[in-house]
Design a protein around this ligand. Structure first.
Ligand code: MG
Length: 381
């Protein structure tokens, strides 16, 4: 029986994790839960799974539940990641707020089933050092990285030559420049293949998500940037490819359901039988199509990958500015194209700070957010 903490339990990945746990009560026991602020839903799942270790990241959201003995604030979430009774921490927190819990879980020797790609983007080297120090292990939940992890399972370490991540291309894959100018939050939130939270859905529409994933893959698999490619694959059936040194290519496929990579991250190196997730039909998914990424129409892809290549504070600054820009876009305070301008301007000012410690990363994140907010006001004015 694996004992699991689900951080971000009321978001899309958190709910999918709980759905997987409901189907496998003999394998998984939910022992800790956190959410940003959806306390009613949190209370309901805590009572369903009989969980007493609960944390609410936003203390202001506790309201009438304040007398429950729940933990609160970012420290409360971090404490859950270190609980001795926890074997696996599913980190499904959105954004840079997931970084500290990732480090805490790895330092405490847990498996971290990582859906929070921002952890590795903002502080890749620091996160890997925490795993080394504490004996924790990272298993990706992101579908592309889960695919690569599966393709590499059992492979000789020097055998992989190149990673090819797939991208759905988002809802505006075929939009003209003029159409991109008029994109609204409502239209950007309609993703063609994946059902996800709001932040990642916007990131998928701008392809910022794919830039974050390239940086994530670089750290997770120790692959140099010039051997990580991205290809657009609109139906999201092939989740990624690995090309090996001898020219063999292995891919992992399946219907676009996050429950598959979640179950894999919870059971690896084994697999659990799950009839609900089976039923692959090659005829129904034919033909499979692939096309290049257009980084002229989707500049955040290029900007994000370049930030990863630059290293130092740049990827943390990219991530922070992007989070602020997405929030402003959802609130109608910046246009779709304006998001890339905000991120680029912020990187120009703060992208070259050195980062050696977690505090450096958190400082760069904070400064970038301030700068990005000022930039949005300047554009809006
Ligand atoms: Mg992904």
């Amino acid at each position: 029986m694996k004992r699991i903490a689900v951080l971000g339990a009321t978001g899309s990945i958190g709910r999918s994790t709980l759905a997987v746990a409901r189907r496998h009560p003999d394998r998984f026991q939910i022992v800790a839960l956190s959410a940003l602020g959806s306390v009613a839903e949190l209370e309901s799942v805590a009572s369903e799974f009989g969980v007493s270790e609960v944390a609410v990241a936003d203390p202001a959201a506790l309201g009438p539940l304040a007398g429950r003995g729940w933990r609160s604030g970012p420290e409360g979430v971090e404490e859950l990641a270190r609980l001795p009774e926890v074997d696996i921490v599913v980190n499904a927190v959105v954004g840079a707020a997931g970084l500290v819990p990732t480090i805490a879980a790895l330092e405490a020797g847990k498996r971290c089933a990582l859906a929070n790609k921002e952890s590795l983007v903002a502080a890749g080297g620091i996160v890997l050092a925490a795993a080394e120090r504490g004996g924790g292990e990272l298993v990706p939940v992101d579908s592309e990285h889960s695919a690569i992890h599966q393709c590499l399972s059992g492979a000789a370490p020097v055998g992989a030559h190149r990673l090819i991540l797939t991208a759905s291309g988002g809802p505006f894959r075929q939009a003209t420049d003029e159409e991109l100018e008029r994109v609204t939050a409502a239209s950007a939130l309609r993703h063609p293949t994946w059902e996800m939270g709001r932040k990642i859905t916007i990131d998928s529409a701008t392809l910022a998500n794919k830039a974050l994933e390239v940086v994530e893959a670089h750290h997770l698999f120790g692959m140099p940037y010039d051997r990580i490619d991205v290809v657009v694959h609109p139906t999201s059936i092939v989740h990624s490819f690995v090309e090996f040194v001898d020219g063999s290519v292995i891919s992992q496929m399946g219907a676009p359901s996050m429950e598959v990579p979640i179950l894999y991250a919870l059971t690896w190196p084994r697999r659990a039988s799950d009839a609900q997730l089976r039923g692959f039909d090659p005829v129904a998914i034919s033909p499979l199509a692939f096309e290049p990424v257009d980084d002229r129409r989707f500049p955040l892809f290029r900007v994000g990958v370049n930030a990863g290549r630059a290293g130092g504070a740049a990827p943390a600054v990219f991530n922070a500015a992007n989070e602020v820009a997405v929030e402003a876009f959802l609130e109608g305070r910046v246009s779709f194209a304006g998001m890339a301008r905000v991120v680029e301007e912020t990187l120009e000012v703060h992208g070259e700070l050195p980062v050696d410690t977690l505090d450096d990363v958190l400082g760069a994140d904070r400064e970038a957010r301030g700068r990005a907010r000022a930039e949005i006001e300047a554009i809006g004015a």
